[in-house]
Design a protein around this ligand. Structure first.
Ligand SMILES: Nc1nc2c(ncn2[C@@H]2O[C@H](COP(=O)(O)OP(=O)(O)OP(=O)(O)O)[C@@H](O)[C@H]2O)c(=O)[nH]1
Length: 343
């Protein structure tokens, strides 16, 4: 039986995984191949899924509100089976930023899948501007530090992305750090994941039957899962607060925005700045007062990006942080909205 190649895309929050996924998707489609995509998000909201849906043409399965490497393992297997029913030529799995890719590699060797899929490559995307700071920023969360290390150690291909934001000596430092942890991986430097995709897609054709990568280098997770979810009790409900979960010590919450609003882009950016020490990522769709357009807001690595979007649903944004004072975030967001509504 032919085994469908699987490519795992890992990397910390905001490093550029979805950007790479979109590039791969376009390249795969231009080769007249059928991609199957599995996206996993920490929050309940599906910001990236909408971006991929917009591009169209791919079978897409989404796993929200949890990390496939721990709480969602059985759902991962089910989602892969659903994708396989649609006979893709290749499956791309984009993990959450706090997932350990070797656990997914482990999951796809389950008896129900091993004859149908073969792991072709683990690609890890690094944010060149911030990657060297992770150890100090996350010193209080050993589990996260270890996960980020494993993302590098088990990668077959490491893409040092966001090279537009740093100078050459900084890139050399990153390369040194990578080589200390993984001498085997191919290293590519890229901006906006613009790069030759051949090494990732090599050998993938309509009828490709690839040799899976050796999995001996992975640890076994059958008895002792590394990324066990710390099940944190739900906080009290609040009108601006729809969810709260913790993976390692990373927290996610969704903030809604009332419509019509007089909240501006600057207000949102100032609001995010208040939590800059704890904030890892923010993203969502916002209709703002000074424009009749909808914007995709992406805060990654201390920078906030805005772009127009065709999203037409209710406005919201997801905040991902570490040691966030959730109650304060919620209270201050409510206060900002009230102030803007009455102003
Ligand atoms: N300056 C710069 N920005 C980039 C680059 N690559 C991606 N971005 C931006 O960084 C933000 C995050 O990129 P994504 O591709 O969504 O990152 P991600 O790893 O999928 O994020 P999560 O799924 O939330 O972990 C987006 O606003 C991108 O447009 C790059 O090379 N340079």
């Amino acid at each position: 039986m032919r085994r469908i190649p699987v490519i795992i895309i890992s990397g910390f929050l905001g490093s550029g995984k979805t950007t790479l996924l979109l590039r791969l998707l376009q390249e795969i489609q231009s080769r007249q191949l059928q991609p199957g995509i599995l996206m996993n998000e920490l929050g309940k909201k599906d910001v990236d899924g909408f971006i991929v849906d917009e591009l169209g043409g791919a079978s897409l399965e989404k796993l929200l509100d949890g990390c496939v490497c721990c709480s969602k393992k059985s759902e991962l297997i089910l989602s892969l089976k659903l994708l396989l029913d649609r006979k893709p030529d290749v499956i791309l799995i984009e993990l959450t930023g706090v997932a350990n890719p070797e656990e997914i590699a482990d999951a796809i060797t389950e008896p129900g899948l091993i004859r149908q899929v073969a792991l072709k490559q683990i690609v890890t995307v690094l944010d060149a501007e911030n990657a060297l700071d992770y150890n100090s920023i996350f010193s209080s969360d050993k589990q996260l530090v270890q996960t980020l290390r494993r993302q590098l150690e088990v990668a077959d291909h490491i893409i040092v992305n966001k090279t537009d934001l740093v100078q050459a000596p900084h890139l050399q430092k990153i390369q040194k750090v990578i080589l200390k942890q993984n001498e085997r991986a191919l290293i590519t430097f890229a901006s906006h994941s613009l790069m030759d995709l051949t090494p990732i897609l090599l050998g993938i054709t309509r009828n490709s039957d690839i040799t899976p990568i050796a999995i001996q280098r992975f640890r076994s997770f059958k008895t002792e899962p590394l990324n066990q979810v710390q099940s944190t009790p739900k906080l009290k409900e609040n009108q601006d607060h729809k969810e709260y979960r913790s993976f390692t010590r990373v927290q996610t919450l969704t903030l809604t925005i009332q419509s019509p609003t007089s909240v501006t882009q600057e207000d949102v950016e100032h609001f995010l700045q208040r939590w800059k020490k704890q904030l890892l990522r923010a993203k969502g769709y916002l209709h703002l007062s000074n424009s009749n357009k909808t914007f995709l807001m992406q805060h990654a690595g201390k920078r906030t990006y805005w772009e127009t979007s065709t999203y037409s649903g209710a406005a919201y944004f997801v905040i991902i942080g570490i040691e966030l004072d959730i109650d304060r975030v919620l209270t201050e967001w409510s206060a900002l909205q009230k102030e803007k509504t009455t102003a």
